[in-house]
Design a protein around this ligand. Structure first.
Ligand SMILES: [Zn+2]
Length: 115
């Protein structure tokens, strides 16, 4: 999942289960990985399972830094899920090529996992 938040990170994860977001981390070296969106990911040995905190869709979308400018203008609906709603700024940005389709799909996939 982190590989989706930050392309190029390429964490070496084994058996990531997209149904639960729990995966056994294969890294054995302690490292701190800086993220473009700010903050760090701690890769700690002894952590058998990488359990990712539950984020709301609102919080999740701000992790996709290039989406942010399009969130400043509100979508037509304030509770927009940025999926099928008409007048969605995010969808428009994807259609106009400001946001890559792949990143948008990552967002949707993750949003669905978070429920
Ligand atoms: Zn929207």
């Amino acid at each position: 999942m982190l590989n989706q938040v930050q392309p190029g990170l390429h964490l070496n994860t084994g058996e990531i289960g997209y149904t639960t977001f729990k995966g056994r981390h294969t890294t054995t070296v302690r490292e701190l990985i800086p993220l473009d969106l700010g903050g760090w990911v701690a890769d700690t040995p002894g952590l058998r399972q990488l359990e990712l905190m539950k984020m709301g869709r609102e919080e999740l979308i701000t992790c996709f830094i290039e989406f942010r400018p399009f969130l400043e203008e509100f979508c037509k609906f304030r509770d927009c899920k940025h999926e099928n709603e008409p007048g969605c700024n995010i969808k428009r940005a994807v259609e106009e090529g400001h946001i890559s389709t792949r990143r948008y799909q990552s967002f949707l996939q993750m949003a669905h996992e978070f429920g």
